[in-house]
Design a protein around this ligand. Structure first.
Ligand code: ADP
Ligand code: MG
Length: 632
């Protein structure tokens, strides 16, 4: 057999290698800005077109490159930053691999102008997918001005892999936030075509304020510790300002933004019992350690790091965070556990507003006159059969029948039903009793502060209260949103909304839809918006929570919530789900018997009560036969 192994042409090898370093427009920005920082720039400007698809331009006032260096910079493993392996252990620059520029030029078209301080004229270089097309002298400012055009133009598969402009833009903004935070003494600006942010050089604290504006205000506690092993400085958030979503958590090690799950745990652990379990503190921490005690080499995109003295740093870090929390009186004042019924491993935390299950005030679950969902119940449940669970529709027939018949007593409270107290009938027999309307089979009990337990013809039904409510509200909101008219109910006290730069694009995308369904959201200043109205069919909603949840979901393009169909349909179901999740009762919430009955009746009036829109099981049936065998 003849030899079959061949070396890949450089252009292919470069494209493959580029995949490691450059995943999306945001990665190009990271690499270019870090090069500018390494070149000593004090002013870095970024320009973006079409979310980075057509143009990413970075202009700096750094030291620039000579004509030869400008050409060399695009060769693989060409770097001015290290000379030998030993230098790897004493890194003072962001880059060192010499991989970024060759990778970027393999998958785009580049135009670069650069000039050093000691040269009166600069160099202009045109590169098209690795191929140098032109190199000439030019007049330009000192520093480097690099334009990356048509990213992935020659790798259609990767181009297709890019997300929507909004998602790519929020990735870009998140990267910009990170870079701007780390390099607080550099003036940094970004112009995305639709928005410009311009950050003046300033202290670390000032930079935090400038990037996230009012969202942090006075919520930060300084932290400062200096030991032989490590110097830790920066800010942590007061427990009251822990965020349910999008917590700002930054760890900067020797000037590099890093992810470090172990130290993350150390910090977050200090907040345990101070904050609700589903929230996270914000932190902006800077570590300074001896460069030879860390290894930044373990990940190609260089945001993971290994510490030699990890376990020795842990207690120092924890002590520093705890001391800061204690010094600023943050420790004992929080009472998140008050009111939260002990549902330890399952419970979520206290919700700011406990929404109630709304049912018409005159609704009597036992009355013969059916409330609308009861009507549906009869149409749906006796007309068609649900598909997800086998004959669930008959499961609940007794509850409904019993409810109707007992209606005459009109009390509305099953707990007081005389059948419970009246001991006249033990002789009626349990087994028969399941078919006998005189037995208290519609009693609902709350169990473990999260389940509603009730009986049905076929056994014991255990219903997850929150999931049931989410499903009911989802169906209701979905129908309402799909409907034509969307009235707005003004809010007496508008909710203010702080939008981080990285969230702005997501808000832009959903804003028209939110307005269409009846939200009123007004721009105030910079990153501040205010919600002045909510859809009149959803007045009990925590408007801010809904909008923030929606913003998050935009990034989550892959999610599909059960409603199939076109993009509009999917957006509507997304909105309906977010609103339902926000408005639904939580675990730990005590329910009155009327509320439980209302929930159960409404749940089983739905066409498919078995699963939530996100696919979670809503109820479980423990069959009578199981019990019978237990008591043999
Ligand atoms: P690395 O940053 O790992 O050295 P890069 O491919 O990012 O590798 O850059 C290659 C080289 O090009 C750098 O080592 C540096 O000498 C030079 N360079 C890149 N960008 C700039 C810039 N903005 N200003 C001056 N020199 C630069
Ligand atoms: Mg670099």
């Amino acid at each position: 057999m003849s030899d079959i192994i061949k070396l890949l042409p450089d252009s292919v090898a470069n494209q493959i290698a580029a995949g490691e370093v450059i995943q999306r427009p945001a990665s190009v920005i990271k690499e270019l800005v870090e090069n500018s920082v390494d070149a000593g720039a004090t002013d870095i400007r970024i320009f973006i077109k079409d979310a980075g698809r057509t143009l990413i331009q970075v202009v700096d006032n750094g030291k620039g490159m000579s004509p030869t260096d400008a050409r060399m910079a695009f060769e693989r493993h060409a770097t001015s930053k290290i000379k030998s392996a030993a230098d790897l252990f004493d890194l003072h620059t962001m880059g060192f691999r010499g991989e970024a520029l060759p990778s970027i030029c393999a998958i785009s078209q580049i135009e670069m102008r650069t000039r050093t301080a000691d040269s009166p004229i600069g160099t202009r270089l045109l590169i098209n997918a690795t191929k140098v097309e032109k190199q000439e002298v030019t007049s330009c400012d000192q520093g480097t001005n690099i334009m990356v055009k048509n990213l992935f133009f020659n790798v259609p598969a990767r181009r297709k892999f890019l997300k929507s402009d909004n998602v790519e833009l929020s990735n870009i903004m998140r990267e910009f936030e990170r870079l701007a935070l780390v390099n607080n003494s550099v003036r940094m600006s970004i112009d995305t075509g639709s928005r410009t942010i311009d950050l003046k050089p300033g202290s670390f604290r000032q930079r935090i304020e400038d990037i996230w504006k009012n969202s942090l205000d006075t919520h930060l506690i300084p932290i400062e510790v200096d030991t032989a092993l490590i110097k830790i400085s920066g800010y942590i958030s007061r427990p009251e300002y822990a965020r349910r979503r999008n917590p700002l958590q930054y760890l900067i090690v020797n000037g590099r933004n890093m992810r470090h799950p172990y130290f993350h745990k150390a910090v977050v652990g200090c907040y345990e019992s101070l904050i609700a379990p589903d929230t996270q503190p914000c932190y902006f921490l800077k570590f300074e350690v001896n460069p030879d005690s860390i290894d930044v080499n373990i990940h190609p995109t260089k945001n993971e790091i290994k510490f030699e003295y990890e376990q020795d740093i842990w207690p120092i870090l924890q002590a520093a965070v705890k001391a800061a929390l204690g010094k600023f009186g943050a420790v004992p004042s929080i009472d998140f556990t008050v009111d939260v019924v002990p549902v330890a491993p399952l419970g979520k935390g206290k919700e700011p507003v406990q929404p109630s299950i709304d049912y018409p005030s005159d609704y009597n679950p036992f009355a013969g006159t059916p409330y609308s969902s009861q009507k549906n119940y009869q149409q749906n449940n006796f007309g068609k059969s649900g598909k997800a669970t086998s004959n669930w529709d008959t499961l609940y027939a007794d509850f409904m029948r019993g409810a109707g018949e007992k209606g005459e007593s009109g009390s509305g409270s099953l707990i007081n039903n005389k059948n419970l107290e009246d001991e006249k009938g033990p002789q009626q027999g349990v087994i028969d009793g399941f078919k006998n309307n005189d037995t208290p089979e519609n009693i609902c009990l709350q169990f473990a502060d999260r389940y509603i337990v009730t009986t049905s013809r076929d056994g014991l039904l255990i219903i997850d209260q929150r999931r049931a409510h989410i499903k009911i509200l989802f169906e209701e909101f979905y129908t309402r949103i799909k409907g034509e008219e969307h009235a707005t109910q003004g809010m007496m006290f508008p909710d203010s909304l702080i939008i981080d730069p990285s969230q702005q694009n997501a808000l832009d995308e959903i804003l028209p839809e939110l307005l269409k369904i009846g939200f009123r959201i007004e721009y105030e200043s910079e990153n501040r918006w205010s919600i002045t109205g909510v859809p009149s069919f959803a007045t009990s909603l925590d408007a801010r929570d809904v909008v923030m949840r929606m913003i998050e979901r935009v990034d989550d393009a892959a999610q599909n919530y059960g409603k199939e169909g076109n993009a509009t349909d999917q957006l509507i179901s997304k909105m309906a789900l977010v609103m339902a999740q926000s408005a639904a009762i939580n675990y730990g919430r005590k329910l009155s018997s009327t509320e439980m009955e209302s929930l159960v009746t409404r749940l089983f009036s739905l066409q498919d009560p078995s699963y939530t829109p996100s696919g979670h099981k809503i109820f479980h049936l423990l069959e009578t036969s199981t019990f019978l065998s237990l008591f043999k």
